[in-house]
Write a protein that binds this ligand. Sequence first.
Ligand code: SF4
Length: 204
Amino acid sequence: MKKIVKKYGKFLTKTSEQYKEASAKNRVSCKRGCHECCTVGFFDITLLDALHLRDTLKDVPAAIRKKVVGRANAQLDILEKKGAFSRKDPLLKSLKAIDSISRRSAKMRCPALDDNGACLIYNQRPHICRIFGPTIRGKRRAVHLEGCGYFRRDIPEADFPILSNYGDEEVLLKAMFTKAGKKRKREVDTIIPAALTLDLEKFI
Ligand code: SF4
């Protein structure tokens, strides 16, 4: 599994580089100081994002790591108390489950967001955190990734090949399930606080 997680790390680095180039070419960037998308509850991340985050967390300075993991645990305590999440069953197995946790955590900030709006796990951050921003459009203006409403300009798929990016991600996800001995490669996700605090490999 380590090898697959390492490959995923390379995929994330390549994604960030491609996305940076596409953003510069199309002159799109987040509003200075905006971190709204990190403050409106938990979105779903893949299990590969979770394994990668957990594996590379050791590269984050110990004091910061402790703070982020502490916040994540406190948030999970609150969510468990509300019956919105369970550490014993931390996978999101349907769109309904994803919508539910997103709604019930809507007032929570990402535990990795610092008081100045910076991401404390920038190099470890999940896939979606690297590509969320402007809408990415394919041929005939088809929406391939719905972006944030603050952007006036889109990124054309010709500059950031989102579908082939998803395809590469899918190959690695399948490899992860195969390695875990799972024949049925169903889509299952989780949330950032769970990825920061739990060993999710045993839940695959
Ligand atoms: S991991 Fe970083 S970029 Fe992603 S939601 Fe959290 S603070 Fe924002």
